[in-house]
Design a protein around this ligand. Sequence first.
Ligand code: URA
Ligand code: SF4
Length: 253
Amino acid sequence: MTKRTETAKPTGSATDFIPPRPTLAKLRSAVQGCRGCNLFKCGRAVFGEGPSRARVMVIGEQPGDVEERAGHTFVGPSGKVLDRAFDAAGIDRDDLYLTNAVKHFKWAKDARTKRRIHKTPNAGEIRACFPWLEHEIALVKPEVIVCLGAVAAKALLGRTFSVTKSRGIQLKSEWAPVVFATVHPSSVLRAPSGERIRAERMFVADIRKVARYLSTGAAASQRAVDRSRKFSRWPTTAPRSDISSGSTRSSRA
Ligand code: URA
Ligand code: SF4
């Protein structure tokens, strides 16, 4: 095992830390030794959680302050917004596989309050961390992926993808039969007080679209096809006429 010190250098990619014949349990343990990018210095990594055969995978940006301390995804303020939305849509949180595009919390200390302030991960960090997410998708094989916010959406759907333009619609991609993108729940919390209720309503409306998709037979039959497929490399979902054409992954953020 490589010594993990503050002076150790990042290797540039999480690929160097993916164990052979990975399982979710092996990945969850290995991620703690990751030095794929500089963020390994930021505290503990928080890996995805949820049923290994979850129908829905929800991808956020990175763990927050509360998540890093707790070691679990979406247990802070954004998680509460997320819980309310899935609850309103009739989807149980326990049925979701919740993860993030970046597994370490990127932060800077606020000089005045000494609190850890969230910093958005850069393109190099998102790229370096992507192998963890790729392996989670390959193992869980979700029917539906929900990207929360620009970081997750661009990581999966390409740098030019715009959440504002394409939120709440069924998108084609190679990652799952259907991908939805919506805003990050933290944007609901950051909305000016006069806008907040509307922002949350719009977020809930997007999550309801996911629920509606799941309750259609199309989702179940697509699952049967994907489950029977050998998963040696990423499948490319054949173009489907019932899916709006969104951006496919042309480059990773
Ligand atoms: N925000 C995220 O994107 N992910 C979490 O796990 C928590 C907050
Ligand atoms: Fe590894 Fe991702 Fe953490 Fe960077 S953010 S050290 S790539 S787990």
